[in-house]
Design a protein around this ligand. Structure first.
Ligand SMILES: Cc1cc2nc3c(=O)[nH]c(=O)nc-3n(C[C@H](O)[C@H](O)[C@H](O)COP(=O)(O)OP(=O)(O)OC[C@H]3O[C@@H](n4cnc5c(N)ncnc54)[C@H](O)[C@@H]3O)c2cc1C
Ligand SMILES: NC(=O)c1ccc[n+]([C@@H]2O[C@H](COP(=O)([O-])OP(=O)(O)OC[C@H]3O[C@@H](n4cnc5c(N)ncnc54)[C@H](O)[C@@H]3O)[C@@H](O)[C@H]2O)c1
Length: 460
């Protein structure tokens, strides 16, 4: 058994922990998949590298509405795909090489499981097993795509986000099961590229976790761009002469070339024999951590998707910074701030949010005020002839606090940032609206004007 000062399971955000600060200590990093984890290889980064040309393709099609002589002729799929992975794949190879070259790090390529408190066995990709132990162990094992148990699925080729970006050809017809983040982003990508997209969702609105007004508007706009089947489940799938046939609970069957399952992700803690290590999971399978990212076992930490109910890269990175600090400075532990975690969905249109939805705020019994401002009500949105998009703010009467912000429309993921800042730094609605210049006639004025309306509403 080889003993280390620090063992890290997983090379997503877990990899960022191991900096030069650990020189002089013995560190093991274990990875069973592609070095670098989900975000860089199969998640945030490649998806946005597909979203960007989809955005271009879609807006080129709308140029003539504004007098610009543009048109969209679809995309050269192999060129898009190879540009993405021609840039992505070398990063993983380079990262692994770098780690393997460090004399204080042992890079162990294989599948780890606990055998006892802070002791592990790793089934090596190269064959055989190694037994290791650590003074400190960091569980940064991420999550995996959940594949639903659909009758007939074994007999048809199907994809998750892990594989769909490497298709040999652009599908003429693609079915996407699921109405969340991944479904929304890939429906935009493939329909923007010219595929015929059918999105099948069991709920009555897409992006159901968003504020109801945003989910309702997103669903309506999506329905104008691709075929959305709501309140519908897939009863079974079968391979036929003309493709993959989906038998649906409602409406006509759908026949497609490609089937993408985007039905959520589950944390990987269940694959680590954590009971042997004294590490508890919660009832949804996430590793239980305290505010310092400590698990229930002494010397064992967890971060990112394996322990966070918000499976987002900026959360995993923040968790990793806290774990790194706490491993290096055990006497002055840092705390993770999970109060105001924002998110964005890079679809058509974009959606971004932070804080409470109107419904959540009301159900908490807060004295709620709401303001909604349309993009078309401010100069730049008017210039764009925007009629679809808005900023909705939720505030608290009395305190003048911003409780939540919900944006749908162009650049929503950027426009939301001052609102995140205000909530994180406890700046009230009035101070945020009037305490700074807002550039005229930038689109940010839609945020300013929503804030001014909310400032008036919280005083009512
Ligand atoms: C398609 C898609 C798009 C996304 N887009 C965004 C986005 O735009 N913005 C955003 O904030 N988030 C996005 N996310 C989520 C984001 O990718 C994750 O929240 C983030 O990557 C989690 O990081 P992590 O370090 O916790 O896990 P990971 O990056 O998944 O790393 C965990 C690593 O541990 C390894 N591992 C697991 N078990 C073992 C074991 N037993 N032994 C050895 N190794 C093991 C895995 O192989 C993996 O490499 C997206 C996710 C997907 C799937
Ligand atoms: N832009 C981003 O930040 C981004 C992008 C992609 C993914 N992600 C992360 O990855 C996670 C996974 O994304 P996702 O879209 O797969 O999950 P999700 O939780 O956002 O959506 C899952 C969807 O699948 C449906 N569903 C679940 N089980 C089903 C079943 N058995 N049959 C039919 N439908 C089912 C749900 O109703 C929901 O609509 C997200 O929660 C998010 O944390 C983030």
């Amino acid at each position: 058994m080889t003993h280390y000062d620090l063992v890290v399971i997983g090379t997503g955000s877990g990899n960022t922990i191991v900096t030069d600060d650990f020189e002089g200590r013995r560190v093991a990093i274990i990875e069973r998949g592609v070095f670098g984890g989900t975000c860089i290889n199969v998640g945030c980064i490649p998806t946005k590298m597909f979203v960007h040309p989809a955005d271009i393709s879609r807006s080129a099609a709308h140029g003539p509405d504004l007098g610009a002589r543009t048109s969209s002729d679809g995309v050269d799929w192999p060129a898009v795909r190879d540009r993405v992975f021609g840039r992505i794949d070398p990063i993983s190879v380079g990262g692994l090489d770098y780690r393997e070259g460090l004399d204080y790090v042992d890079m162990i390529v294989g599948d780890a499981r606990f055998t006892g408190p802070r002791t592990l066995t790793v089934a090596l990709d190269a064959g055989g097993e190694v037994e290791i132990s650590g003074d400190q162990v960091v569980i940064a094992a991420g999550s995996r795509a959940l594949v639903p148990d659909l009758p007939g699925l074994d007999s048809v080729e199907h994809h998750t986000s892990d594989t769909v970006m490497r298709l040999a050809t652009l599908p003429d017809r693609i079915a996407i099961v699921g109405g969340g983040y991944i479904g929304a982003e890939f429906a935009h990508v493939f329909s923007g590229f010219g595929s015929q997209v059918t999105q099948i969702h069991r709920g009555d609105a897409l992006l159901q976790a968003e504020d109801t007004d945003v989910a309702t508007r997103f669903t309506a706009i999506a329905q104008q761009q691709w075929d959305v089947r709501l309140l519908t489940t897939v009863a079974s799938v079968e391979k036929t002469a003309d493709g993959i046939r989906l038998h649906l609970s409602e409406g006509d069957d759908v026949v497609v070339d490609t089937l993408l399952l985007a039905t959520g992700r589950v944390p990987n803690g269940d694959q680590l024999d954590l009971d042997r290590a004294g590490v508890d999971l919660d009832d949804q399978g996430f590793v239980v951590v305290d505010e310092h990212q400590r698990t229930t076992a002494e010397g064992v930490w967890a971060l990112g998707d394996v322990s966070s109910h918000e499976m987002l890269k900026h959360v995993a990175n923040q968790d990793a910074r806290v774990v790194q600090h706490n491993v290096l400075h055990p006497d002055e532990p840092m705390t993770t701030d999970h109060r105001h975690i924002p998110h964005a969905v890079f679809s058509s249109p974009q959606v971004a949010a932070v804080g409470l939805t109107e419904r959540e705020a009301r159900s908490q019994g807060l004295d709620v005020a709401v303001a909604t401002k349309a993009y078309g009500d401010v100069a730049y949105g008017w210039a764009m002839e925007d009629t679809s998009h808005f900023v909705k703010l939720v505030g608290e009467r009395g305190t003048g606090r911003l409780l939540g912000a919900h944006l749908i429309g162009p650049e929503a993921s950027i426009l939301v940032q001052p609102l995140i800042q205000a909530m994180s730094q406890d700046v009230g609605v009035e101070g945020l609206a009037r305490g700074q210049y807002w550039i005229h006639p930038a689109l940010t004025e839609v945020v300013e004007n929503a804030l001014l309306d909310l400032a008036a509403a919280v005083l009512e």
